[in-house]
Design a protein around this ligand. Structure first.
Ligand SMILES: NC(=O)c1ccc[n+]([C@@H]2O[C@H](COP(=O)([O-])OP(=O)(O)OC[C@H]3O[C@@H](n4cnc5c(N)ncnc54)[C@H](OP(=O)(O)O)[C@@H]3O)[C@@H](O)[C@H]2O)c1
Length: 329
């Protein structure tokens, strides 16, 4: 498994990370079995994955609890990344969304960050978080300034409760605001070969500034594994119903492209999921791929992508072909 450093911190982590959103289950992901999730996390660790990304909002604490159970007795083997800033415990902060009877607000106030951190530490069964990330930035008009948030995060770092600071769903302006006060080691943006928007500005800025990226949804929630066929449907409310690339015509175009890569999967003796993940972590500015999984076989398959190195001409061919797909209709 290849490893890389998180920003300028001394934390080294596997390029393939275990993404723990789906193990939170609920409306977004449907039925999920905790024991199977625990097996999947442990299998990923056995295959060399050290980085695990979770968040309080994934199943209202369920994902963090399951991760905590899975890593019991192995804390020193993993790099734990979790998040703060999606707040549902009272009515402070601007509304973000409502789900399963909870009202979630984007709120990055120093007081609530401390509250969230203590909850996360308890659920994860640890006394420190390796990478603590703001999940979604506060929005106008009731926003918390990034300066207040960063000041709080820097203090938590001094106290040894967190080891590195990250920010998710940010643009370059917001990254600069974090940097005005101290070191931002990582960002967590959405990125897949079908969604390359951050290549224009954000990734080049991160390369110049030694900021790592943990990219999310690199498999377009399963579509890029080639295993979601034309007949597959999702229950009402499931997150995947919203993905433009999963709509029938777009899905067909992606599946055709994936099928045409059989010579590449033969050449690298790998699956499509592995080919796509290897391509993703090969892109300039992409440091880690957060691969979501809740089944053991998927976790093992994704982890093995961390050993594959694509030849430049193959990676370039894949880029040309995804670019030819254009935007989803
Ligand atoms: N910061 C943010 O705002 C944010 C947003 C989204 C995600 N994230 C993070 O990024 C992680 C990954 O993103 P994601 O879960 O949205 O998308 P993803 O990694 O693109 O897709 C995950 C889903 O794809 C399917 N899958 C994964 N590997 C597979 C394989 N080898 N074979 C077949 N199917 C496979 C699984 O679906 P089934 O489980 O249904 O089989 C899995 O749950 C999350 O877990 C989370 O840690 C962060």
């Amino acid at each position: 498994m290849k490893t890389r450093r998180i920003g300028t911190s001394c934390i080294e982590a596997s390029v393939i990370a275990f993404g723990a959103w789906a193990i939170g289950g609920g409306t977004w992901w449907g039925e999920t079995v905790d024991n199977e999730s625990i097996r999947a996390i442990r299998a990923a660790i056995d295959e060399g994955v050290t980085l695990i990304d979770t968040a309080p909002v994934y199943g209202w604490g369920r994902s963090e609890k399951v991760v905590g159970q899975a890593i019991k007795g192995m804390r020193d083997k993993v790099v734990l990344a979790t998040k703060c800033g999606l707040w549902w415990h009272d009515d402070q902060g601007p509304l973000f969304f409502e789900l399963e009877g909870y009202t979630v607000r984007r709120w990055l106030n120093p007081e609530t960050i401390r509250h969230e951190l203590e909850d996360s530490l308890r659920r994860l069964g640890t006394d420190y978080i390796d990478l603590y990330q703001t999940h979604w930035q506060s929005s106008e008009p009731e926003n918390d300034p990034i300066s207040d948030t960063m000041e709080c995060l820097l203090r938590l770092k001094e106290e040894g409760k967190i080891r590195a600071i990250g920010a998710s769903n940010v643009d370059v302006t917001q990254v600069k605001q974090y940097q005005e006060l101290g070191i931002l080691d990582a960002i967590q943006p959405r990125y897949s070969m079908l969604d390359r928007q951050i290549e224009k500005e954000l990734l080049p800025y991160c390369i110049e500034n030694n900021i790592s990226s943990l990219v999310y949804s690199p498999l377009e929630q399963g579509l890029l594994t080639g295993k979601i066929g034309m007949d597959k449907t999702f229950s009402s409310g499931e997150y995947r119903n919203n993905l433009p690339w999963l709509q029938p015509l777009n899905r067909k175009n992606v599946l055709n492209m994936l099928e045409s890569w059989s010579d590449l999967t033969d050449k690298y003796a790998c699956s499509l999921a592995q080919l796509v993940i290897a391509w993703t972590v090969d892109q300039p500015g992409v440091t880690f791929a957060l691969c979501g999984a809740r089944k053991t076989e998927n976790a093992i398959e994704n982890a093995a992508a961390g050993k594959i190195t694509l030849e430049a001409e193959d990676a370039e061919r894949m880029r040309k072909e995804v670019e030819a797909l254009g935007e989803p209709l």
